[in-house]
Design a protein around this ligand. Structure first.
Ligand code: ADP
Ligand code: MG
Length: 292
């Protein structure tokens, strides 16, 4: 492509809220075959709400919520915000916390009012030797409803299952349809629970799901999607998306996402609207066609 056609293409993209951080991306996007997207904050709003909290017999619901919310008050994970907001909505104040420890991709631990509290995914409980089977059926039901099941333990005892739900962004269904209409394969990469990820993928008609990926596992997921020489673009917003954005043939960051993600990307969707992905690919095709 000539420098002039690249300039015209990037100018048109900017009018659509799509920022090309380098001209190379405008040239390579046209040959992309797979679009992989992070789930939380990319396909979904990234603002989950707590929908359920079921306690084990012998535990008191408000007491469990209060202890769990105190711990989550120390965490920056989106699910933490959901639990803190739910506690505040019930008029609970957050107690003081000590010995806080976050295990990325698993959950959090801390001491509150002398009790050792753990909150996180099933694999977090597994690491602590806590059996979550009493909630097996409940967790399946939550996952099928596209909710994420989380567990809470108090002093080494399973105390509750909590569900959080993160709504799909309004333009996501249309954005996925536009990618399919261009003949592209659409994949989801997420650290979330498999059943939850599959329920959301089914709602959106997503072709491939890579779920329960650890924070440092997204690069490996991109490499696997690239099998057979397919060119892959990855769309993400989070700190742990940065390496995958760099690894993908074209990395696309959500403009409302983290700075590290934006700095690792070739393309930035200024408003966070995923329709920008198909717009950018269409522009790439048009720009390259013009100069032939
Ligand atoms: P994602 O953002 O795609 O869910 P992460 O790797 O950030 O991926 O987290 C994976 C899972 O670990 C989350 O879905 C959640 O179940 C659990 N988790 C992480 N941080 C927390 C936290 N602060 N509180 C409860 N669970 C957490
Ligand atoms: Mg995300």
């Amino acid at each position: 492509a000539t420098p002039t056609s690249i300039m015209v293409g990037t100018g048109r993209a900017a009018e659509l809220g799509v920022l090309f951080r380098n001209g190379g991306a405008l040239q390579s996007l046209k040959s992309v075959q797979v679009v992989a997207l992070d789930k939380t904050g990319t396909l979904t709003a990234g603002k989950p709400v707590m929908t359920d909290l079921e306690v084990v017999e012998g535990f008191e619901r408000v007491e469990v919520l209060s202890l769990v919310a105190a711990v989550e008050g120390q965490s920056e994970h989106p699910v933490a915000g959901a639990i803190v907001a739910a506690a505040q909505a019930e008029g609970l104040a957050l107690d003081e916390v000590s010995a806080f420890d976050a295990v990325p991709g698993y959950g959090v631990n801390a001491t509150v009012r002398g009790h050792r509290i753990a909150v996180g995914a099933d694999r977090h409980m597994a690491q602590l030797g806590i059996d979550v089977r009493p909630f097996a059926e409940t967790a399946v039901r939550m996952g099928e409803m596209a909710k994420t099941p989380l567990y809470a333990a108090i002093d080494g005892q399973l105390a509750a299952v909590i569900a959080v739900s993160d709504p799909i962004k309004p333009t996501t269904p249309q954005a996925i349809r536009a990618l399919h209409d261009m003949g592209l394969k659409v994949a989801m990469i997420t650290g979330d629970n498999r059943r939850t990820a599959e329920a959301i993928a089914a709602q959106l008609g997503i072709d491939e799901v890579v779920a329960e990926v650890l924070p440092d596992g997204k690069v490996e997921a991109i490499k696997r999607l690239r099998a057979g020489g397919r060119a892959v673009t990855f769309v993400g917003d989070g700190i742990n998306d940065a390496p995958a954005l760099a690894e993908a043939d074209v990395g696309v960051a959500i403009g409302t996402g983290t700075d590290v993600a934006i700095e690792s990307a070739d393309v930035v969707l200024m408003s966070g609207d995923l329709l920008g992905v198909s717009n950018a690919i269409a522009l790439s095709k048009a720009t390259i066609a013009n100069i032939r």
